[in-house]
Design a protein around this ligand. Sequence first.
Ligand code: GRF
Length: 203
Amino acid sequence: MEKEQKIRLAIFASGTGTNAEAIIHRSLRIDSAFTVACVISNRKDAEVLKKAALFNIPAIYCNPDAYEDQSQYVDDLLATLRHHQVDLIALAGYLRKIPSAVIEQYKGRIFNIHPALLPKYGGKGMYGRRVHEAVLQAGESESGVTIHEVTEEYDAGPILLQQKVRIDQNETPETLEKKIKQIEHRTYPEFLQQIAQKMKGAQ
Ligand code: GRF
């Protein structure tokens, strides 16, 4: 498979980027249908940008808060995506809303992963450890991972894939987070590979 035929993926992330790293590793496999065109973060000091740079992937800081004029921010973001010829977007721990113009342009090609079984335990403010704390406080017997399409509302787009995990006795937010991340690191890259394969087939 020639490099130029691959689907070009942009990863948006705000934090440490363990999912981003798993996706990058998957993209480097010989059978990968996608390549990571760039990693975009709203945080200048985000670990994920350092990780991307280690792989020689363009690591781009783009923060809506740094713009007085939000339409300029949207224009810059769209220009960045165009510049890197992005076909597909994966949010991986990205804590800002995606502008409607980007959602519109990438309709059906922009996805997010959430560390719980949506529609429960999602929405604004539900991220990271907080999600697992809420799940345990509610006394749930299972949690899991959800991959969904991104729409205007946080965590509310059509659900495309879920994987469940049992909650053990003595489970803590930390142990649950660890179990869920392991599933995420397997599931998200493979999901993106399948989407990229379908997109390639439709070209
Ligand atoms: C993941 O648990 C993902 O589900 C959520 O944010 C977390 C990002 O973690 N959206 P990491 O930065 O990839 O380690």
